[in-house]
Design a protein around this ligand. Structure first.
Ligand code: PLP
Length: 489
């Protein structure tokens, strides 16, 4: 397969200075009529805030347009090609969702509009809530959390409230070594101490490993299912029963829900709380592209503690219920990221139950296709059946002076976004591939042949070399943080 007709040495990619440098005094993007009333300087207010003019760049409309369009050509996006970043579910977001979410009636709502005027919006939220109950088989939902990790924190606050209501202060959260990094981080943020459980050779939690650490101080076990190896926790029902016997709870990180839609429901295996990543599973944009949304679903046990306001349907009317004495309160201003709810609602409506199941079946099929195409070249540390993603490492490439990082960097030269690297942490030099259900076989083949070509022809130490921005110092920006533009005068 041929990847590049020309390197960027031949194709034109334009350098673009900061707009402060191209600024021309007096250039404007608007053409307003001449002022026919006396001009008033807004000095009284602004003088207090600043004593000199804000140095905003001045440019014409085409200059602004070109500035941003040029910079956009340096970047990579799901709209350019495969983006197989494991654990991130970088699937294509249907434009249809965008069109609906941006339509006037929906995008111009105001959270302070009277409840009578907002019935349509509340209905979208209420229906989404019902759909998410259906997906998880769990009886309570809060749409408020703004992202996956925020959903985790909210879920853990519910766990705390649950134990507090029983008059006890449990301090420990158990996590598996295959849990996503946000799980222990959220638990620490919520004030818990973390005890990690090592998973077995087959990559899943074993009841005896749980028994060894389960005691009366355990508030909950928090883990990702399917876990970060892409493996379904086959002992999860037993795990849930063991926890419940101690009146401890089961938190499932549901960011990988695109592996199980219509196939398995966390409510059926005893989960007490799970967060959705609407911006992954339900196709709202993510990764620098706008706000996320991390609703949670809870079991019967946690219903009294859910955030307020809650949506309830009284006859045909949707009402907001604030009166819930055991509630943890609000976790987000207004209702959450409503624009994401519309997109998720459209996505679910467009696909229906059968369609959602097909999403997961295709996500699994695609990941297993990648596995079958790459298993002879890359090493699989855990050779168990996987769902929506597959984890390898660079063990077979050791003698080639090639490692995970070099392979990933070189993929950029082939015009593709690399996979997730060095994660999950339980696999050394991990290579984690999640093609998602929206990739075609030919796009996956393109990725596979690029990776094979890289392995067969190593030696490019400084990759990427064919792209506009070559190898960058990955930590410099973090170590030498510069948030303001340095004006020359
Ligand atoms: C992405 C992800 C998260 C975090 O979600 P954010 O929306 O980025 O906060 C948590 N757990 C898993 C398994 C994920 O893949």
């Amino acid at each position: 397969m041929e990847f590049l007709k020309k390197s960027t040495g031949h194709a034109i990619v334009l350098e673009e200075p900061p707009s402060f440098e191209t600024s021309r005094p007096g250039a404007v993007g608007t053409d307003l009529p001449t002022l026919d009333v006396p001009r008033i300087e807004p000095k009284s207010v602004f003088k207090k805030v600043r004593n000199r003019k804000a140095r905003l760049p001045e440019l014409s409309e085409p200059e602004v347009m070109r500035h941003f369009t040029r910079m956009s050509t340096w970047n990579y996006a799901i709209d350019l090609g495969i983006y197989p970043l494991g654990s991130c579910t970088m699937k294509y977001n249907p434009r249809f969702n965008e069109e609906i979410a941006r339509s006037g009636e929906l995008s111009e709502a105001h959270p302070y509009d009277p409840i009578e005027w907002s019935q349509g919006h509340l209905r979208v939220m209420w229906e989404l809530t019902e759909d998410l109950k259906g997906v998880t088989g769990m009886p309570g939902i809060s749409l408020q959390p703004a992202a996956g990790a925020h959903g985790e924190l909210t879920g853990l606050m519910l766990v705390s409230a649950y134990h507090k209501a029983k008059g006890r202060h449990r301090k420990t959260i158990l996590t598996a070594d295959t849990a996503h990094g946000t799980n222990p981080a959220s638990a620490a943020l919520a004030g818990f101490q973390i005890v990690q459980i090592a998973t077995g050779e087959d990559g899943v939690i074993h009841p005896d490993a749980l028994a060894a650490v389960l005691n009366d101080d355990v508030a909950a076990l928090m883990t990702t299912n399917p876990n970060t190896l892409g493996i379904f926790e086959k002992n999860i029902q037993t795990v849930a029963n063991m926890l419940h016997e101690k009146d401890a709870l089961l938190y499932i990180d549901g960011a990988n829900l695109n592996a199980v839609l219509g196939l398995s429901r966390p409510g059926d295996f005893g989960a007490d709380v799970i967060q959705f990543n609407l911006h992954k599973t339900f196709s709202t944009p993510h990764g620098g592209g706008g706000p996320g949304s991390g609703p949670i679903a809870v079991s019967e046990r946690l219903l009294p503690f859910l955030p307020v306001p809650r949506l309830e349907k009284h006859g045909e009317k949707i009402v907001l219920v604030e009166d819930a004495p055991q509630s943890i309160g609000r976790v987000k201003a207004f209702f959450g990221n409503y624009g994401m709810f519309i997109r998720a609602w459209c996505y679910i409506r467009a696909l229906g139950g059968e369609g959602l199941r097909a999403v997961s079946e295709n996500a699994i099929l695609n990941a297993n296709y990648m596995r079958s195409q790459l298993k002879d070249v890359l090493y699989m540390p855990i050779n168990a059946p996987t769902l929506h993603e597959v984890v390898f490492n660079d063990r077979n490439q050791r003698d080639l002076n090639l490692d995970t990082t070099k392979m990933a960097k070189r993929l950029i030269d082939y015009g593709m976004h690399p996979m997730t690297v060095h994660f999950p942490l339980c696999v050394k030099n991990a290579i984690m591939i999640e093609p998602t259900e929206t990739e075609s076989r030919s796009e996956m083949d393109r990725f596979v042949s690029a990776l094979k070509e890289i392995i067969e022809t190593p030696g490019v130490e400084q990759a990427p070399t064919r792209v506009f921005r070559e190898r960058v110092d990955e930590t410099k920006a973090a170590r030498e943080l510069r948030l303001t533009y340095k004006f020359k005068d």
